[in-house]
Design a binder for this molecule. Structure first.
Ligand code: KIV
Length: 267
């Protein structure tokens, strides 16, 4: 299996008609090992680790050290995959801070790329500089969870024409700045399709319809590993929460039975 690099990913659009890029999140060594043995195209160590692994209310609490720890574990487990690590909130608030944080994350985790949310002018400049340094960057627009309080919640983006124009411009700006791909999160399906047609780099959608060049999902949602129902754009393929709970309960029942038998034997 040929390991992907940013050139292959960029060319994906032109070369492999009909093959959608697959990306799943991953946060631990053992799951990464399993992914490494599959055809999955890209792994994302998302800052969603804050929600699904660490139990934070939002992704805002996730620190750079946490991202380094989780990304390093994933990269150790998936040496043959193209792994993207999220830059967490507050670690790229300025150009210089963004360069320092990206270098630290990229070098310590040994991941292949970093991802950042937004397309403000200083972020575009940051992407240019990172690409010059040799750090590939994936963009992320639409619903950007690190700005949830500024945006006023989690909702679909690009519904009105002004917002749609602005998102299209952001996507084009990210491409011009040197991003090798862009995540479209909760962007309306028609706008996602338009952006996908207008860009020469791949778009990777989540909750954004099926006309993007690729799709990304949170693995914990796909396998329903958590107690709560996943977002409605994700149709889980299993219910690992119930399955694992059932297995633990089964073990505990046997354990208690064995304990009772032993007590009976010694009394
Ligand atoms: O953190 C994450 O998991 C993400 C995806 C939802 C795209 O950014």
């Amino acid at each position: 299996m040929k390991k992907l690099n940013t050139r292959i990913i960029k060319k994906h659009k032109l070369k492999s008609k009909g093959h959608s890029l697959s990306m799943l999140t991953c946060y631990d060594y053992q799951t990464a090992q399993m992914f490494d043995e599959t055809d999955l195209d890209l792994i994302l160590v998302g800052d969603s680790v804050g929600n699904v692994v660490l139990g934070y209310e939002t992704t805002i609490k996730v620190s750079l050290d946490e991202m380094i720890m989780f990304s390093s574990a994933v990269k150790r487990g998936a040496p043959n995959k193209f792994v993207v690590a999220d830059l967490p909130f507050g670690t790229y608030s300025s150009l210089e801070e963004g360069i320092t944080s990206s270098k630290k994350l990229f070098q310590a985790s040994e991941c292949e790329a970093v991802k950042l949310e937004g397309a403000f002018p200083y972020q575009l400049e940051l992407i240019k500089r990172l690409v010059q340094i040799g750090i590939p960057v994936m963009g992320h627009i639409g619903l950007t969870p690190q700005s949830v309080h500024e945006m006023g919640g989690y909702y679909m983006h690009g519904k009105d024409q002004k917002k749609a124009n602005s998102l299209l411009k952001s996507a084009k700006d990210l491409e011009s700045a040197g991003a090798f791909a862009v995540v479209l999160e909760c962007v309306t399906a028609p706008l996602s399709e338009l952006i996908t047609n207008e860009l020469s780099i791949p778009t990777i959608g989540i909750g954004s319809g099926d006309k993007t060049d690729g799709q990304v999902l949170v693995i914990n949602d796909l396998l329903k590993m958590g107690k709560h129902t996943p977002p409605n754009f994700c149709k889980p393929v299993a219910d690992l929460y119930s399955l694992r709970k059932g297995l633990v309960e089964h073990y505990l029942n046997n354990f208690k039975k064995m304990e009772a038998d032993e007590n009976h034997l010694y009394n």
